[in-house]
Design a protein around this ligand. Structure first.
Ligand SMILES: NC(=O)c1ccc[n+]([C@@H]2O[C@H](COP(=O)([O-])OP(=O)(O)OC[C@H]3O[C@@H](n4cnc5c(N)ncnc54)[C@H](O)[C@@H]3O)[C@@H](O)[C@H]2O)c1
Length: 272
């Protein structure tokens, strides 16, 4: 098959939760630049409107809606609106997520008492588990009925390398939330395969986005996290676009339940 057909996303109706910034924005840009109809769902209404305007000015068909991805009823209403306007929902990126703060080691390797096990507040645990786990569960639940009705679809969840590895510089609540997300992806893929709905995960390593107050845009943090990866750098959001297009397009038609790590080899362990 020719690459134009294999990776074709033209006219696919695509929702991206957390699409105003970072990894979600990069996925939205890749889809829009290749002819998909993209709707950004984000709690940052102004940021989502601006991102949609920028992509529209570049020739994309992009709009934005203020939607909280943890709000099941809000998601259902917003997705019903998209289905009514476009007749279908082909691709959903369940991407919204938040940080739980730093890990028990500081970037210089010293212990970070402020992020020790006993310092993590129940409120932070609840917020991180709620946003990172329930947003994915609610997005899947809201998308599945329409995809079943139309005979198939693609759901791409932004998981993390933290779904499968332990972390020293990332809070345990976040690692626990992504571990759960990994199992949700596999469960959903198993349940929905018979409906021709593929559920897969993008598993980024550290990526320079606005997460955690933008700390991964800081040069020292980039050097520290980058040193852990065999390819010796952290990711830029654009690094996610190839895997996003693969998972949204016919190229991955027979792929479901997998995590695609985009991490410069981080999951392989330390090199030199
Ligand atoms: N940046 C990294 O190093 C990294 C690594 C692995 C996985 N991830 C995951 O990537 C995803 C995107 O994060 P990012 O790094 O691009 O962060 P980001 O902060 O740049 O973007 C996240 C976007 O999600 C939105 N958002 C947050 N909560 C929301 C909610 N309840 N409903 C709707 N929108 C919401 C924010 O407004 C923002 O626009 C998250 O799931 C994150 O856990 C990030």
């Amino acid at each position: 098959m020719k690459i134009d057909e294999l990776f074709k996303v033209r006219d696919l109706v695509t929702i991206v939760t957390g699409g105003a910034s970072g990894i979600g924005l990069a996925c939205a840009q890749a889809m829009a630049a290749n002819g998909a109809i993209v709707i950004l769902f984000d709690i940052d209404a102004a940021g989502a409107q601006k991102a949609a305007r920028d992509m529209a000015e570049a020739g994309g068909r992009v709009s934005a809606m203020m939607v909280d991805a943890t709000d099941r009823a809000g998601l259902e209403a917003a997705m019903a609106g998209v289905s009514a306007a476009h007749g279908r929902i082909d691709v959903v990126f369940a991407n919204a997520g938040i940080s739980g703060g730093p890990g028990f080691l500081a970037m210089d390797g010293a212990r970070n008492p402020a992020a020790a096990m006993e310092s993590a507040s129940p409120e932070v645990w609840e917020r991180v588990l709620r946003v990172n786990i329930l947003s994915v569960a609610a997005t899947l639940a809201a998308a599945a009925p329409q995809m079943k009705k139309q005979g198939g679809g693609r759901i791409i969840v932004t998981s993390s390398v933290s779904a499968t590895k332990t972390e020293t510089h990332v809070a345990t609540a976040y690692v626990a939330s992504k571990g759960a997300v990994g199992q949700i992806v596999r469960q959903a893929a198993l349940e929905l395969a018979g409906y021709n709905i593929n559920v897969n995960a993008l598993a980024p390593g550290p990526t320079a986005t606005n997460i955690a107050g933008g700390r991964l845009k800081d040069a020292a943090a980039q050097a520290g996290f980058g040193a852990l990866a065999p390819m010796r750098r952290i990711a830029q959001p654009d690094d996610m676009q190839g895997a996003a297009l693969f998972l949204a397009s016919p190229a991955s038609a027979f792929v479901t339940g997998v995590h695609i790590a985009v991490d410069g080899g981080l999951l392989l362990g330390r090199a030199d």
